[in-house]
Design a protein around this ligand. Structure first.
Ligand SMILES: C[S@@+](CC[C@H](N)C(=O)[O-])C[C@H]1O[C@@H](n2cnc3c(N)ncnc32)[C@H](O)[C@@H]1O
Length: 721
């Protein structure tokens, strides 16, 4: 059988070898010999038949501080063969002593690739040499446990096993077939770059015979020191006494948030909770990767944590659509209801243990408004009033995962207090979202129609207040979520004029409706600023475009900011802004605004159409015609389409004149959009006002496409090749 041979090429030869063109894309491969396409189904069938393997193609090594690559030597290849043979030789006895994680991988949202590529057990997440390493290391860990238990006191022996198990976990994280090489940073990136187990066609690994374990142990020691410093005795004796008390009072429980049985009623002053964010992460499914090993290494120390074969997925509070997969088309709805119910049950339990004057702080982030709606419903249903919300930048913002995957990089903190609850039939009305579904029996209900003016006014007032405090852009939109939820949660139950056909009773308000209203007010406030005090209604897509220029002042800005603005306008970045309307494209962790010419599309940005779906399409068409065919052609287009006398069209031009930076470089506008808009104004709409132009130094930032305060991060590495 012919085998490929590898060579390291650098410099001009390296460039001409086109390193970016790989041999597989989206599961379909290309033969490196003949260039022929290799069908994805064939690859999957081969993988399922156990005929997909791995091949070492390069070794990275450090000399002094520099990193070099070399092709594998014969010695490397024979060591790999030897490890495979040793695994085969030991497999039966290791199976018998339970060292190999033969627990099945269950197809789910995170582990969707396993079944397709024939990965049946958790042991299959590792190449033979990796599995050989870990089974050997696990045997050593068990020996250390035995020795420690016989020679040390129990606490010390347990501590050794615990911390070595954590180090073992870290080694797994950096030595599976899920691990990728982060090309631009020249580092090995860990297993959980994505919140799933997609197949990695090229994986990286540590040299596990020598470097891996010393490194992971150092890492755990370092983390331990950091944590120990946080609770270590402070400098003075007085502080020491306080600390001792604090440590004495520290108790750690493991269990369901809906069942805090060890905690008495009204005994806690503050609860801070970082709950699962709707369907963002399938924690239990992902945790199985570690669970199967931890239960082998640390089960004697923590027997109660490792009783099950795999992690508990049924009680997990996430919107897990896979759990409802055989239940027809309503599985999304069922999964959402299940999430809301579990969150409500957890919040009810928090209500029980929280003191009357206590506070609950909930961290939350999600790109979809439904997620906010579900969370708010659960909180309100449990008896909480939401008092405020603050966006905070989370530490993980710079992690590879955040940078690469456009996961949220900021979190909203919701500050909640216990509400005064009405009593139903002699009992408290707290319980599993009861207030949401059983509201009609209450006499204290408030009508949404009556509350709307207050929500509008508060949103406006708070937005003005926050803006004066320096909160700007998207954070301004999100900052009014708290005050809005506060109004509806304090007046709960809030009823709408819509009647539920099943009960014949008025339907309760979904928090989403109130959030929509609040952000409409912020948009109106900001827009009024851009429209010089006038009030004109645009569509949400046009609003997003205008507001994005207003908030970021740049053609390129973080995806996460784009999606927060989209949330504020009830839009979805991928669906509404990228796919359907092509207002932006994605570039790494950024989005890039598309110019009118780039947006040209039949029926959308098109001078042949009679009516435009969105106002921005009309404006972009006029700009495109002006740019490409000049003032005469644009005049014809504006007259033909009736836009020359269209009030909303002119208002949109005015808003864009104000929103798009008008900085100049060598006398010319840095932004081509600003140039065309100004030309349109001078040629046809000289009643529109030209805004004051920016200071020259701002021009550079606008030209670079970076808004104020945004730092450019490293490029992304390629995941698959
Ligand atoms: C957003 S994460 C919290 C991460 C944590 N702040 C950290 O830094 O590690 C949500 C956590 O809630 C846990 N979880 C899910 N359902 C739960 C339930 N019913 N009871 C308790 N915890 C649950 C998940 O396993 C996950 O660890």
């Amino acid at each position: 059988m012919s085998e490929p041979r590898f060579e390291i090429v650098a410099g001009a030869k390296g460039k001409s070898a086109k390193p970016d063109v790989g041999t597989i894309t989206r599961g379909v491969a290309r033969s490196p010999w003949t260039g022929e396409t290799i069908d994805g189904d064939y690859i999957k069938a081969e993988a399922q038949a156990g005929r997909m393997g791995q091949m070492l193609y390069a070794v990275a090594f450090k000399q002094k501080r520099d990193l070099y690559f070399r092709p594998p030597t014969e010695e490397d290849v024979s060591a790999i063969k030897q490890a495979r043979a040793d695994l085969a030789h030991n497999r039966r006895s290791w199976d018998a002593t339970g060292l190999i994680p033969n627990e099945p991988r269950q197809p789910g949202r995170a582990d969707w690739a396993a079944e397709i590529y024939g990965l049946k057990t958790w042991a299959d997440s590792f190449a033979p040499r990796q599995l050989f390493t870990f089974c050997t290391a696990l045997g050593v860990l068990r020996q250390i446990e035995e020795d420690s238990c016989s020679s040390l006191d129990e606490d010390r022996a347990q501590a050794i096993v615990t911390y070595l198990s954590l180090a073992f976990d870290k080694a797994l994280d950096y030595n599976s077939t899920q691990v990728v090489w982060h090309a631009s940073r020249q580092v090995i990136a860990h297993t959980f770059q994505r919140h799933d187990f997609s197949v990695k066609w090229t994986f990286a690994e540590f040299d596990a015979a020598r470097s891996l374990f010393p490194w992971v142990i150092d890492q755990v020691i370092d983390a331990y020191k950091g944590l120990a410093d946080l609770v270590s005795p402070a400098q003075t004796t007085l502080m020491y006494a306080r600390h001792e008390k604090l440590v004495d009072r520290l108790r750690i429980f493991h269990g369901l948030a809906s069942s805090l049985v060890e905690i008495p009623d009204r005994s806690i002053s503050n609860i801070s909770v970082d709950p699962p964010y709707y369907d963002n992460v399938q924690y239990a499914e992902l945790s199985d990767f570690f669970y199967v090993w931890l239960k082998r290494g640390a089960r004697n120390v923590f027997p109660s944590l490792f009783r099950e074969e795999l992690t508990n997925k049924d009680d997990e509070a996430i919107a897990n659509f896979a759990r409802f997969k055989d239940m027809g088309r309503s599985r999304k709805e069922l999964a959402e209801r299940d999430y809301e119910f579990k969150m409500a049950a957890a919040f009810c339990e928090m209500y029980r243990v929280l003191r009357t004057d206590g506070s609950l702080t909930v961290m939350f982030t999600h790109k979809r408004v439904e997620a906010w709606d579900t969370l708010a419903s659960a909180l309100i249903g449990a008896g909480f009033a939401i008092k405020a919300s603050w966006p905070v930048h989370t530490e993980s913002e710079t992690s590879l995962h955040q940078a690469k995957k456009n996961a949220a990089s900021s979190t909203i903190l919701l500050v909640c207090r216990k509400r005064q609850l009405p009593v139903i039939s002699g009992q408290s009305s707290v319980g599993s979202g009861q207030l949401i579904t059983d509201h009609s029996s209450l006499t204290t209900a408030v009508w949404w129609d009556d509350l709307q003016p207050r929500v509008r006014e508060t949103a406006r007032q708070k937005a003005a207040e926050f803006a004066a405090m320096g909160i700007s852009g998207v954070d301004l939109y999100i900052s009014v979520f708290g005050p809005t939820l506060s109004i509806i949660s304090e007046h709960w139950p809030v009823l709408t004029s819509e009647v539920d056909p099943k009960t014949g009773q008025p339907k309760p308000l979904r928090p989403e409706t109130a959030l929509d209203l609040a952000r409409e007010e912020v948009v109106r406030l900001r827009k009024q600023g851009l429209l010089l005090g006038r009030d004109v209604q645009f569509d949400p897509i046009t609003d997003w475009y205008v507001m994005a220029w207003d908030a970021f002042g740049a053609e390129q800005f973080p995806y996460d900011e784009a999606r927060k603005l989209a949330i504020a306008l009830g839009l979805d970045v991928e669906k509404d802004l990228m796919k359907t309307n092509r207002l932006v494209t994605k570039k790494g962790q950024y989005v890039v605004m598309q110019t009118p010419v780039q947006r040209r599309r039949k029926g959308v940005v098109d001078d042949e159409v009679a009516t435009f779906e969105h106002l921005i399409d009309a404006v972009h068409t006029a700009m495109m015609v002006y740019e490409e065919d000049g003032a005469g052609a644009c005049d014809v287009f504006l007259k033909k389409s009736g836009l020359k006398t269209d009030g909303a069209f002119k208002a949109c031009l005015q808003a864009l004149l104000n929103a798009i930076p008008r900085s100049r470089i060598k006398g010319k506008f840095a932004r081509p959009e600003a140039e065309v808009l100004e030309n349109l104004r001078l040629a046809f709409f000289d009643d529109l006002q030209a805004p004051v132009e920016e200071e020259p130094e701002l021009a550079v930032a606008a030209q670079l496409g970076l808004g104020e305060g945004f730092e450019e991060e490293g490029e992304e590495g390629e995941e698959d090749e």
